[in-house]
Design a protein around this ligand. Structure first.
Ligand SMILES: Cc1cc2nc3c(=O)[nH]c(=O)nc-3n(C[C@H](O)[C@H](O)[C@H](O)COP(=O)(O)OP(=O)(O)OC[C@H]3O[C@@H](n4cnc5c(N)ncnc54)[C@H](O)[C@@H]3O)c2cc1C
Length: 624
C-alpha cells in the first residue's frame, strides 16, 4: 500500500462489507472473522436477509443488472414453468410498482393475487434505505429518492395515497429542525480544489460577501465576473422582446449563454459547471439556457419570457418533507400495508425504525408477494393473443422461471422493454427506446463526530471541481424513535453526491458515458476519492479520514433520473411548457398493449415521486 493510501486510511477496518466491490454475497466465510469480533455468527448471517444494513457498493449492486444486460445483448432463456398464476404481475418494486399493486387491490380487486418482481436485493427502487450501526446506535441515511418535494402541489391521486399511508406532511414542520445548523453557526460553503482552481480553498459563507470572495483562489478578473453574475441584477438580454429572448435562450446551453451574453471566462465557467448537477444530473455545458432561467440560476435577473415556466414562481413550500431514509419510507409503508406480517406498527413515525422481516416478502399464503433478485427478461401474451394471459420469464440466481398472470404492469425502465417484449409493434418499441436516464451517485459516509464541521463553520459544501460535487451533513430530522444527531460530538451520516457525466458531449451521450463509468469503477476508487476529498475539505477543522470514517455506502444509479428525449431536436426534455405533444414520445410509449400497461417515471419522463404514483394509477386504470 502506498504511503498516501495509508494516510487516507485505505486499509483501516470500517464497515465495508463488500470486499468484492459491492457483492452482497460477500457476507460469507471471508467476512465472518471480521464480523464475529462484534457480532455473533447467527446475527451475522441474519444480516444477509436485511439489505438496508449492507454497506459498500449499493444502489445498482452487483447481481442486479447482469441478466438485464445479457437480455439486451440478445441472450434468451427458456425457463422452467412454475405452478404460479397471478391476477397481476408487476415488474419493478420501486414506488411506482408498489403503488400500482396497491391501487390494483384498492380499485380493481381487493383480493387480487399479485406478484411483484424486482432485480435488486431490496424493494423501493431508487427509494433506497441505508442503515449503519455505530456502537449500538442506529444511523439511517437515504441512498436515492430524497424527499417529497412540495407535496402541497401533488396531484390528487398522489396526495390521497400519501394520506392513506398515514403520512401527515404537516408533521415534518416539527420533525425537521430547521434551526439546528444555524444555531450552531454553520453556513454553506464552497470548496475550490487545486486541480481546477490552482489551490485548495474552503470559502465558508456567501460568495456574494466581498470578504469571502476576496480569499478565493480566483483571479481578480474572475472574482469580478463571478460577483457580477451572482448579484443577478442584470438582464443580459435587455432591449430584446420576450419572444426574442426566448428564441435566443432556446438555442443555447447555460454555459453558451454565459459566455456569449454575460461575458464570463473559464474560471467562472468552471465554477458554474456543476451548479445544475445535483438537481438535474447534468452540467452547465448541456443544461438548456431556458431551463437555467426557469430554474432560477444566476444570470437572468427579472427576465420575463412570457410563459409560465416549469417550476418558476411556484408558491414553494420549504424543503423539509424528508424521512430519515428519504422516500424509502413511502416504499416501506406501501409494503407494510400490503404485507402486514413484514413489520409491526402502523404509523409514519414507527415506520422509521421498524425492522422488516424480509423472509415475509414472498410467502405463498400472502395475496401480495414481492420476489427480489428477480430480473424479468421476457414477457409475451400466451399464443400471441392480446386478450390472453401473459407469460413472464424472470431470472433469479442464474435460473430462469416462468409464471403467468392475467395482467402485467411494467414499472421498470422503458428503454429495456423492447428487449423483453417480442410482440411490440415497431413504432411502440421505438417510442419506448427513446427514454433516457441520467446516472447519479448518492454516497453516505458515517463519521464518528462532526466537530470539524463545527470548527470550520459549515454544514454544506458545493465542490464544483471535486469527485463528489457536494458534501453535506444529513437533514436534521427526528421522527418516531429516531433522533438525528444534534451535537457535533455525536456520529453523523454525511451525504455526498456525484454526477458521472462527460462534459462536452450531448446530454444523452454524457449519460451513456456516465453509465459506463459507473459500471467500471470499483468501490476502492470511490473510497480513495472520498477519503481524499473529505481530508482536504475538513482537514483544517481536525478531520482525519483514517480515524474519523466509520463506514461508507456508495449508491450508484446508472439508470437514475428519467428524461424524455426528442429525436427531432436531439434534446432531452427539460422545459415542459415548450414541449409540444408530438415531441413527447412517452405518450406513445405508455400506451396499453393487450393485458400489459406501463407505469414508472419513464411513462411521463419526469423523475418525481408524485409522477411514479400517478403513472401507477393511470397504468391500473388502463387495465380496467
Ligand atoms: C439519486 C436519486 C434521487 C432522487 N431524489 C428524488 C427526490 O428527492 N424526490 C423525488 O420526487 N424524486 C426523486 N428521484 C426520482 C425517483 O426516480 C422517483 O421519485 C421514484 O422513486 C421512481 O420510482 P419508480 O418506481 O418509477 O422507479 P424506480 O425507483 O427506478 O424503480 C423501478 C424498479 O424496477 C426495477 N426493474 C427495472 N427493470 C426490471 C426488470 N426487467 N425486471 C425486474 N425489475 C426491473 C428497477 O431496477 C427498479 O428497482 C430521485 C432519483 C434518484 C436516482
Amino acid at each position: 500500500m502506498s504511503k498516501s493510501d495509508r494516510q487516507l486510511g485505505m486499509g483501516v477496518e470500517i464497515t465495508r462489507r463488500d470486499f468484492l466491490n459491492g457483492a452482497s454475497i460477500a457476507i460469507g466465510a471471508s467476512l465472518l472473522p471480521l464480523m464475529s469480533c462484534t457480532k455473533g455468527v447467527e446475527e451475522t448471517l441474519a444480516i444477509r436477509h436485511y439489505p438496508p444494513e449492507l454497506t459498500g457498493m449499493r444502489g445498482s449492486h452487483i447481481g442486479s443488472f447482469e441478466a438485464a444486460h445479457a437480455a439486451v445483448r440478445g441472450e434468451r432463456w427458456s425457463g422452467d414453468e412454475i405452478d404460479e398464476h397471478y391476477d397481476l404481475i408487476v415488474v419493478g418494486a420501486g414506488i411506482s410498482g408498489l403503488s400500482a399493486a396497491y391501487f390494483y387491490q384498492r380499485d380493481v380487486d381487493k383480493n387480487a393475487r399479485i406478484l411483484i418482481l424486482d432485480n435488486h436485493d431490496d424493494f423501493g427502487g431508487h427509494a433506497k434505505r441505508n442503515e449503519f450501526d455505530i456502537d449500538g446506535r442506529l444511523m439511517i441515511g437515504y441512498g436515492g429518492t430524497q424527499s417529497l418535494e412540495a407535496p402541497g402541489g401533488y396531484p390528487d391521486v398522489a396526495k390521497q395515497l400519501i394520506s392513506e399511508l398515514g403520512i401527515d406532511t404537516q408533521r415534518f414542520y416539527s420533525a425537521f429542525d430547521r434551526d439546528l445548523y444555524d444555531s450552531l453557526g454553520l453556513r454553506r460553503a464552497t470548496f475550490f480544489d487545486k486541480e481546477t482552481f490552482s489551490s485548495d480553498h474552503l470559502a465558508v459563507g456567501d460568495l456574494e460577501d466581498p470578504g469571502v470572495m476576496k480569499l478565493t483562489p480566483l483571479s481578480d478578473e474572475a472574482k469580478s465576473q463571478l460577483t457580477r453574475l451572482l448579484a443577478d441584477d442584470e438582464n443580459f438580454l435587455a432591449g430584446k422582446t420576450g419572444t426574442e429572448q426566448l428564441e435566443i435562450l432556446s438555442g443555447l446551453t447555460y454555459r453558451e449563454y454565459l459566455v456569449e451574453y454575460a461575458g464570463v471566462g473559464d474560471e467562472v465557467l468552471d465554477f458554474v459547471q456543476s451548479l445544475p448537477r445535483n438537481v438535474w444530473a447534468i452540467g452547465s455545458d448541456a443544461y438548456p439556457a431556458v431551463a437555467a432561467w426557469s430554474g432560477g440560476y444566476p444570470g437572468f435577473a427579472d427576465m420575463d419570457l412570457g410563459f409560465e415556466a416549469y417550476g418558476r414562481g411556484e408558491d414553494s413550500e420549504p424543503y423539509i418533507f424528508h424521512f430519515p431514509d428519504g422516500n424509502a419510507s413511502i416504499a416501506r409503508l406501501l409494503v407494510r400495508r400490503m404485507i402486514p406480517t413484514v413489520a409491526p406498527g402502523n404509523t409514519m413515525e414507527d415506520i422509521v425504525t421498524a425492522r422488516f422481516d424480509y423472509g415475509q416478502l414472498d410467502q405463498v399464503d400472502s395475496a401480495v408477494r414481492i420476489r427480489l433478485n428477480s430480473t424479468v427478461v421476457h414477457a409475451q401474451h400466451v399464443d400471441g393473443q392480446a386478450d390472453s394471459d401473459v407469460r413472464v420469464t424472470y431470472v433469479n440466481d442464474d435460473k430462469a422461471s416462468v409464471v403467468t398472470a392475467a395482467k402485467v404492469i411494467m414499472a421498470g425502465y422503458h428503454a429495456m422493454t423492447p428487449h423483453i417484449f417480442p410482440d411490440l409493434p415497431a413504432d411502440h418499441a421505438a417510442a419506448l427506446s427513446n427514454a433516457t436516464r441520467a446516472p447519479l451517485v448518492y454516497t453516505n459516509v458515517l463519521i464518528r463526530n462532526w466537530t470539524s464541521f463545527k470548527e470550520l463553520g459549515l454544514h454544506y459544501a458545493y465542490c464544483p471541481g471535486s469527485y463528489h460535487h457536494s458534501v453535506t451533513l444529513d437533514f436534521p430530522v427526528s421522527l418516531g424513535d429516531y433522533q438525528c444527531p444534534k451535537s457535533p460530538e455525536e456520529p453523523m451520516v454525511l451525504h455526498l453526491t456525484r454526477i458521472p457525466i462527460a462534459p462536452g458531449l450531448a446530454a444523452r451521450e454524457q449519460f451513456e458515458a456516465g453509465r459506463r463509468e459507473l459500471l467500471t469503477t470499483p468501490f476502492e476508487t470511490f473510497e480513495r476519492n472520498i477519503r481524499d476529498q473529505l481530508g482536504r475539505l475538513l482537514g483544517e477543522g481536525g478531520f482525519d479520514p483514517a480515524r474519523d470514517i466509520a463506514a461508507i455506502t456508495v449508491n450508484r444509479w446508472p439508470h437514475g433520473y428519467s428524461y424524455g428525449y426528442d429525436p427531432t431536436t436531439d434534446q432531452i426534455a427539460f422545459e415542459y411548457a415548450l414541449w409540444p405533444d408530438k415531441q413527447r414520445p412517452w405518450l406513445k410509449a405508455r400506451q396499453r398493449l393487450g393485458n400489459i400497461s406501463f407505469a414508472g417515471t419513464d411513462a411521463a419522463s419526469e423523475a418525481m415521486t408524485e409522477t411514479a404514483i400517478t403513472e401507477a394509477h393511470r397504468a391500473v386504470q388502463d387495465l380496467m
